[in-house]
Ligand binder design. Structure first.
Ligand code: HEC
Length: 134
């Protein structure tokens, strides 16, 4: 029978595994998925992805900055005016530390803005840009 202490240890261990992602490990992961070296990721392309406007609903235009604001170190707003914590790790150290969360929101927001999923290179570029903001 497993003792409660052992269970606690196991829980702690798996918690630390789940929290092991960082912007750097996620960039390495997406670069590998894209089949290119991490150094080939481009912060400049990441910024373009963030700022470029795409046709939205009813003649409006939409970009990542629509919700995350022109300055990703600032808090953003959803369409129903709910606060979004800043996206840049410099302002919010929780960002890009949970691969499942990152994948979930890339899927949802890229679909929303670009009407398609972002590819691995775009995801890597996006994190490359945000994580070098000071
Ligand atoms: C309609 C509003 C909206 C737009 C537009 C939007 N986002 Fe977001 N984004 C959110 C919300 C809401 C969250 C989740 C709440 C949170 O994490 O604070 C989020 C979270 C994220 C996260 C999670 C990061 C992490 O580690 O916590 C990523 C990645 C992300 N967005 C990428 C994008 C990209 C890329 C675009 C543009 C293609 C974009 N978002 C456009 C609302 C938006």
């Amino acid at each position: 029978m497993i003792k409660p202490l052992a269970l606690t240890m196991l829980a702690l261990m798996s918690a630390s595994v789940a929290a092991a992602d960082t912007p750097a490990t996620l960039m390495a992961h997406f670069a590998q998925q894209a089949g290119s070296p991490v150094l080939a990721l481009s912060a400049a392309r990441g910024e373009t992805l963030y700022r470029s406007e795409h046709p939205g609903h009813a003649g409006t235009s939409v970009s990542c900055a629509s919700c995350h604001t022109a300055n990703p170190k600032q808090p953003g707003r959803t369409r129903v005016n709910k606060r979004i914590e800043p996206l840049a790790p410099a302002a919010n150290p929780q960002r890009f530390t949970d691969a499942a969360k990152v994948e979930k929101w890339f899927r949802r927001n890229c679909q929303d803005v670009l009407q398609r999923e972002c590819n691995a290179q775009e995801k890597g570029d996006f994190i490359a840009w945000l994580s070098q903001l000071k």
